[in-house]
Ligand binder design. Structure first.
Ligand code: GLU
Length: 320
C-alpha cells in the first residue's frame, strides 16, 4: 500500500514537471486543398500552434467538403470551428433555406469574417459561354456535396426558375478535380464560390483556354436586394489569364464560425492568435491582403458572436 502511494506521488511529480498540462486538440473545418478555406484554417492553426507552450492548444485544419459540411460537423460536435459562407451561416442559424428541415442551429456562433467570395463561373473558351444564361444545355460542374457553391448554385437556379435538368450534365466534382475536368473537356464550365486568387482557378486557366462568365440579370439583382448576405461583386480583370476585363457577379463573405458549446477560453486563444499576429496572418494568402479588424468583426456575421471572441474584442476596445 505504502509503495503504491509513493508511485502515484512520483507520477504526479512527473506530470507536473517538464511534461506540462494535458494538450487539448482543436479541429477547424476548411474546404478543398486548392481553395482558400484550406489556407484560412492552416494559417489560423499555424498561429495557434506557435503558442501551444502557453495555452496547451494543438490545432489541426483538415480538408473537408466546405461550408455545409463544416456547419454540420460543428453542430454534431465532430469539429470545433470551421469556415462557412455568410449566406449559409445565416441560414443555419435561422433554420432557413437548405437548413429548414434541420431547424435552427441556435448554438451556432460567429467568430469573425474573412475574405470576400464572388460566385465564380469559369468556362472553356471553346464553349462560347459569356454569361450565366449561356450555361443552359451545357456540361457544368456545380460543386461537390457539402460545399457552399453547390448550395448557392441551387439558390441561383431556384431564383431563375431553372433546375439541374437545364444542364446537359451537372457534375459534382471536388475543387481539386474540377480544373482537370475543364482541361480534359469533360465539362464546359465550373462553378465555385471562392476568394481570389486561388489555386483551383489558376490551375484551370493554366491547363486550358478559359474565360470568366458574367453572372447578372434580374434574378441576381433580386437575390442581392432581398438578402443582406449577398452583394454585388467583381472579379478583377487581369487576375487570371484569359480574363483581361472585370467580371460582374454577386458574392458572399467567408466567415469563421463555432458553437456555443466550445469553451470561451479556447475561442479566446484562437482569436488572440490571429489578431495579435494580424500582419503575419494577412501575409499568408493574397486574398487576406486587404482585411481590416473592423470589417472582420462586423461584416457578414449573422449568428451572435461567441463569448470568447467578444471577450478579446472588448479588451481591444473594438466592441462595447
Ligand atoms: N466557398 C466554398 C464552400 O463554402 C469553399 C471555398 C474555399 O475552399 O476557399 O464550400
Amino acid at each position: 500500500m505504502k509503495s503504491f502511494k509513493y508511485l502515484a506521488f512520483a507520477g504526479a511529480m512527473m506530470a507536473g514537471g517538464a511534461a506540462t498540462a494535458q494538450e487539448q486538440f482543436i479541429t477547424i473545418g476548411t474546404g478543398g486543398q486548392t481553395g482558400v478555406y484550406f489556407v484560412v484554417g492552416q494559417s489560423i492553426c499555424r498561429l495557434v500552434n506557435r503558442g501551444t507552450a502557453d495555452h496547451n492548444l494543438k490545432c489541426t485544419a483538415p480538408s473537408t467538403g466546405g461550408s455545409i459540411a463544416n456547419i454540420n460537423a460543428i453542430k454534431a460536435g465532430d469539429m470545433d470551428m470551421g469556415v462557412a459562407q455568410s449566406d449559409w451561416q445565416f441560414h443555419a442559424y435561422n433554420g432557413s433555406a437548405k437548413f429548414e428541415e434541420d431547424g435552427k442551429f441556435e448554438n451556432l456562433r460567429a467568430v469573425f469574417s474573412v475574405h470576400g467570395e464572388p460566385f465564380t463561373v469559369i468556362a472553356r473558351a471553346d464553349a462560347g459561354i459569356k454569361t450565366f444564361d449561356d450555361l443552359k444545355g451545357k456540361r457544368v460542374n456545380v460543386g461537390n456535396p457539402g460545399s457552399g457553391q453547390l448550395a448557392t448554385m441551387q439558390v441561383v437556379l431556384d431564383a431563375k426558375g431553372w433546375s439541374m435538368d437545364d444542364f446537359a450534365l451537372a457534375s459534382e466534382l471536388k475543387p481539386a478535380e474540377q480544373a482537370a475536368a475543364l482541361g480534359d473537356n469533360k465539362v464546359d464550365a465550373i462553378v465555385y464560390t471562392v476568394g481570389h486568387p486561388n489555386g483551383s482557378i489558376q490551375e484551370a486557366v493554366s491547363t486550358t483556354e478559359a474565360n470568366m462568365v458574367t453572372v447578372d440579370g434580374e434574378a441576381i439583382e433580386g437575390l442581392i436586394a432581398n438578402n443582406p448576405f449577398y452583394a454585388a461583386a467583381t472579379i478583377p480583370g487581369g487576375m487570371y489569364e484569359g480574363s483581361p476585363d472585370d467580371t460582374s457577379t454577386f458574392g458572399v463573405k467567408a466567415t469563421f464560425v463555432t458553437s456555443a458549446d466550445v469553451d470561451d477560453d479556447v475561442v479566446y486563444q484562437v482569436v488572440k492568435a490571429v489578431f495579435d499576429n494580424f500582419d503575419r496572418f494577412k501575409r499568408l494568402h493574397p486574398a487576406f491582403e486587404n482585411l481590416t479588424e473592423e470589417e472582420m468583426i462586423s461584416g457578414g456575421l449573422s449568428a451572435p458572436l461567441h463569448d470568447g471572441a467578444a471577450k478579446y474584442y472588448r479588451e481591444k476596445g473594438w466592441i462595447e
